[in-house]
Design a protein around this ligand. Sequence first.
Ligand code: BG6
Length: 468
Amino acid sequence: MFPKNFLWGGAVAANQCEGAYNEDGKGLSIQDVMPHGIKGPRTKEPTPDNMKLVGIDFYHRYKEDIRLFAEMGFKVFRLSIAWSRIFPKGDEETPNEAGLKFYDDVFDECHKYGIEPLVTLSHYETPLYLAEHYDGWLNRKMIGFYEHYVRTVFTRYKDKVKYWLTFNEINSILNSPFMSGGINTPKEELTESQLYQAIHHELVASASATKIGHEINPDFKIGCMILSMPIYPLSPDPRDVIAAMEEDHKNMMFADVHVRGEYPGYMKRYLREHGIEVNFEDGDAEMLKNTVDFVSFSYYVSVCATADPEKNIREEGNLLGGVPNPTLKASEWGWQIDPRGLRYILNTLWDRYQKPLFIVENGLGAVDHLVTGKDGQPTVEDDYRIEYMRDHLLQVEEAIEDGVDVMGYTSWGCIDLVSASTAELKKRYGFIYVDRNDDGTGTLNRYRKKSFYWYKDVIATNGGSLHE
Ligand code: BG6
């Protein structure tokens, strides 16, 4: 059974839904020059084929969207603040008032319906200026810029926002240094030492944000956000088991530092044996001791690992990728579907940390087809999405039965938005259909899908209807 105060809701990110990329003083973010997501080269300037420039126009339609979330009964709405709306270049002293005012309005609108905002401070939208002039998180100065930004928004919204996440999927920097870390140096030219130095800067900044946040409002609940991905051994061969463990360490290191406040032994060994030197400045080790209140994570896929070089054929799947699992089916975008993996990762994280867990992303990206519903309104018969979500939520319930402390669940892209990896809109996740196509056509009208009514029922019955 789901606990009475379970936080049901949905999640989005500013760069994937807001649009209005150059309105009211907003500066460019790295996403404004990524028309192909991580699949293609970045551009010098924003180009009209970049779907994120308009997104789903949440910037102008947030009232309608939040009303629809309220109609579904959301208790929480996860969104991010676009850093470049607040500090257009990123290194200014004075924030952009129009940007601050926008989020005031959004949070007020949430509270009007009793919806608690859950805010990601940095979700793949580093100000472009910081990427181009400082090389993003490779540069230690980023810590100071980030601290100034988070102090500004923590202070401004201290009575409107309680739940905060420091960096979206912080471990995705391993694979996507530009999107995740604003690192302008091409990935092929980055040394592992540089990459781990950038990671160190982010980890220190994240701990510092937790410290600053708790000073500003001791009631804040501040979490880390990890791209979670169970890594199973491809076979029972103990060498595969160890390969899976070592692969897993690369991701778990991020959560370990956030929760335990120091680099784990296996990581020190990895750095040592790979000749990687991470420069710790005075005070860094102390700063890392500011640990998080809860652990949040995204969950879409599991993968396998093997010690056998011949079988070690990785596929992309989500942002990190791995060896596909021969027992699982995949989505239209090749992401393998594994509901039980969610129970598994919840138990793993709970056993390891004994900290409250929050599933802040999960969902199915699929092509939807509009049909006319019984009420004459356009709709989508998205039974595939309902099946995906039911299967996953039943596993969340299993984990709760196992004794795991789960705070809530925000499904990804509760309203259709632009994909992060491919920058397409046809990869839809929402309960709400947005009439916009990848060629830029469409009315931007919103339509309730079948899953909209289904999720509404799930929330109204606190998960009871999952068993019907
Ligand atoms: C996560 C990101 O990686 O997965 C989101 O935090 C992203 O920003 C989501 O949208 C789904 O990925 P995609 O590539 O299908 O949009």
